[in-house]
Design a protein. Sequence first.
Lengths: 114, 112
Amino acid sequence: AQTVTQSQPEMSVQEAETVTLSCTYDTSESDYYLFWYKQPPSRQMILVIRQEAYKQQNATENRFSVNFQKAAKSFSLKISDSQLGDAAMYFCAYRSEWGNDMRFGAGTRLTVKP
Amino acid sequence: EPEVTQTPSHQVTQMGQEVILRCVPISNHLYFYWYRQILGQKVEFLVSFYNNEISEKSEIFDDQFSVERPDGSNFTLKIRSTKLEDSAMYFCASSYPDYGYTFGSGTRLTVV
């Protein structure tokens, strides 16, 4: 079974600085999808960014980018120019190309200091 | 942008009672899901639903749980004989046949 590991329970960043959240996963599959979700205090799950495993190019969405290392099974999220509104729980998630369910990591709580 | 709508936002129920959590997925989506998040813990997959039947379910989704799409627009999760440990945030999600999920805003279930 696929597992997703987020080794940083909590991270902190100064406003306007850059922070990187780590995620590793375990799979024997070659085709899959990876996601980062943001969960603010409202507890809604908001998609931040996604990556197809067959794409070598790292996904980017405005201030959010990923460093996808397929061989190392690593999928880190970089947040540039951090804003107070970025404070939230961030979940890394894996989805098999063939499966329906999405597997989540335990989450990283990001605090942004003014 | 289309949304997945969940009602109610908060449900309080007595232990042993049955609850039905409701979701309206995005209209052209074909796959529907329920996830659970116990406070402070990770988001856990419960069940996926496609073509009017369950396509996958986790070990959490036992006989206490059932899902239904009664009228072509709603997607419901029924929890029978609720227990204290069923208290959690329940998220509905839907997707078209690609990899993108859209989550609802969740229903907070409190069993007392």
